[in-house]
Write a protein that binds this ligand. Structure first.
Ligand SMILES: NC(=O)c1ccc[n+]([C@@H]2O[C@H](COP(=O)([O-])OP(=O)(O)OC[C@H]3O[C@@H](n4cnc5c(N)ncnc54)[C@H](O)[C@@H]3O)[C@@H](O)[C@H]2O)c1
Ligand SMILES: O=C(O)C(=O)C[C@]1(C(=O)O)C=C[C@@H](O)C=C1
Length: 292
């Protein structure tokens, strides 16, 4: 049970955690803090938070749990503001989409590796942002990855794990490096492909009417290209090395496909498409079953 939860960045991710924990009866009081006061007023009007303070240093006063859910490029400033202002025994965690950059930001702000920080990442979201898009069920049945450091107090990790489980999520632990490699492959690369495809076709559509004929395949593939540009700019910069590795690998595979089409190599085309179908069917079967 959390007595006072402070959420810095009350948008889709922060707002959804607030709603989920309130619905679960897991928190007594929720204090919000964000850069823009009108966003905080909106969160208050929606009943997502109980009160707010736009100064993060004041907002964390007396909180036993702090959740930071701002874009990755804003993490450093937030940690600088709250370091030294936390209540004794307070635990801090975050929801950032890459972990090495956040750990670097915390250590720089504190001047050491703190034992109260538990890096985290809910593998759940939508293409929308802002508190109005938040909902209590976002984390239900979804995974959350925690990447505790050698210095992290085990009791702090246990408290963050219990918080996410109360929100309906399943928690896994892994190293910071492994997290950033895995997410570069499964989340960051697909977003790059969706953004690149839509942007490329948008330029083509200036000369032709192609979007009028875009149907299910295009819609399925490109939903995530509506995601927040600032959030994704920050993810690219934060997870640059792992993402570049994935992009290079993908470029090679795309080149293989290009060559196969160019040379009418039916065997290679059939092999690639069959291998992809088998992998996708195996991956989607459990998720689709659980929808029934
Ligand atoms: N959207 C997703 O699908 C998703 C999923 C998992 C993790 N994440 C991560 O969660 C974090 C938040 O993403 P979101 O989708 O909730 O974004 P959002 O835009 O919905 O919310 C971000 C909030 O942070 C506030 N903010 C921005 N800059 C700030 C600053 N300098 N100081 C204080 N507050 C500031 C904004 O006012 C807003 O309330 C990001 O780090 C993102 O990488 C996003
Ligand atoms: O479903 C979506 O819209 C998402 O993009 C969510 C998604 C993802 O790639 O799966 C996006 C970024 C995150 O850090 C975690 C989850």
């Amino acid at each position: 049970m959390i007595r006072r939860l402070c959420i810095i960045g009350v948008g889709l991710i922060g707002g959804s955690l607030a709603r989920a924990l309130r619905e679960a009866g897991y928190v007594e009081e929720i204090v919000g803090s964000s850069r823009r006061e009108e966003h905080l007023q909106e969160a208050l009007d929606l009943g997502v938070i109980d009160r707010f303070d736009s100064d993060p240093a004041r907002a964390v006063e007396g909180a036993d749990m702090v959740f930071v859910a701002v874009p990755l490029g804003a993490m450093g400033k937030v940690f600088e503001s709250i370091a030294g202002k936390l209540a004794t025994g307070a635990v801090v965690t975050d929801g950032g989409s890459a972990k090495a950059s956040v750990v670097r930001d915390v250590c720089t702000a504190v001047g050491d590796t703190p034992d109260w920080f538990v890096p985290g990442h809910p593998i759940a979201g939508t293409e929308q942002s802002g508190v109005a898009a938040s909902f209590a069920g976002l984390y239900q049945g979804r995974r959350v990855i925690l990447t505790p450091l050698e210095q992290t107090r085990p009791e702090a990790t246990a408290r963050v794990r219990a918080m996410w489980e109360a929100a309906g999520a399943t928690v896994n632990e892994m190293s910071v490096e492994h997290h950033d490699e895995v997410l570069a492959a499964t989340s960051h690369l697909p977003h790059m492909l969706a953004f690149a495809l839509v942007e490329s076709l948008a330029r083509l559509s200036e000369q032709r009417e192609i979007f009028e004929y875009a149907a299910g395949g295009f819609t399925d593939f490109t939903r995530i290209a509506s995601s927040d540009p600032v959030m994704w700019r920050d993810i690219c910069i934060a997870n640059r090395d792992a993402l570049l590795k994935m992009l290079e690998r993908f470029n090679t595979d795309l080149e293989t496909l290009h060559t196969a089409i160019d040379s009418r190599d039916e065997e290679t085309l059939l092999r690639i498409f069959t291998e992809a179908k088998v992998a996708r069917d195996a991956f989607s079967r459990p998720a689709e079953k659980s929808k029934d």
